[in-house]
Design a protein. Structure first.
Length: 110
């Protein structure tokens, strides 16, 4: 399913905050990027050896949100990272209650 047009602009402008998890949902990783598709692909391929997501096998995208300015995305990343695990889970379940891998959703628009 392609992304709506209003979200496509965030691939070239602004930034994204995203949350990755492992197979058992025991580890959560919060990140920020200006290119969501490329960054998630890097995580999934484990191309950055020794990274947190590679070490803890966080290859499943369970949450993302686009922002018109990268500074806004960075501020949101810091806010999410500063919150409890319970708040992160609530954020994920608000968008993705079944914890589906959202990779196909973001990669299908290339």
């Amino acid at each position: 399913m392609p992304l709506p047009k209003y979200l496509r602009m965030y691939f070239t402008k602004g930034g994204f905050v995203y949350i990755m998890t492992n197979r058992h949902h025991t580890v959560l990783y919060v990140g920020v990027t200006s290119n969501l598709t490329k960054r998630i692909q890097q995580h999934r391929e484990g191309s950055i050896k020794g990274s947190f997501t590679s070490s803890y096998q966080c290859y499943k995208l369970v949450y993302y949100s686009g922002f018109p300015y990268i500074a806004s995305a960075i501020a949101e990343e810091k806010r999410i990272k500063g919150g409890s695990r319970k708040k992160k889970i609530a954020l994920i379940e608000g968008m993705n209650p079944e914890w589906k891998d959202l990779w196909e959703e973001v990669s299908s628009d290339e």
